[in-house]
Ligand binder design. Structure first.
Ligand code: FES
Length: 112
């Protein structure tokens, strides 16, 4: 089974995590199941950007993002070439390294 490594994030998973994943699960669901509370303000329907993550390794193993995902990603805080919406990106058969952005758009508008 592919292994998904979540890099440490100060608030959400200070220690980081390494999790075995069933192929086909979204990165967001995998994280939530394992106590990594990625925000998912639109309940994973590709209508927000709070579940934005960077896929630092294994990016090319993921299915291409849909146009809807691309459109939403354009609005995400800190967009990078490795950016995906974690509720839309499904684990394939390759190990992944996932980094959580420092902020989500919600936090930016609330606190910054
Ligand atoms: S939870 Fe809203 S787009 Fe992923």
């Amino acid at each position: 089974m592919p292994q998904v490594i979540f890099l440490p994030h100060e608030e959400i998973c200070p220690e980081g995590a390494s999790i075995e994943a069933d192929p086909g699960i979204s990165i967001c669901d995998l994280a939530l199941k394992n106590g990594i509370e990625i925000e998912h303000a639109c309940e994973k329907s590709c209508a927000c950007t709070t579940c934005h993550v960077y896929v630092r390794e294994g990016f090319d193993s993921l299915e291409e993002p849909t146009e809807d995902e691309e459109d939403m990603l354009d609005k995400a805080w800190g967009l990078e070439p490795d950016s995906r919406l974690s509720c839309q990106a499904l684990v394939a058969d390759t190990d992944l390294v996932v980094e959580l952005p420092k902020y989500t758009i919600n936090q930016v508008s609330e606190n910054h």
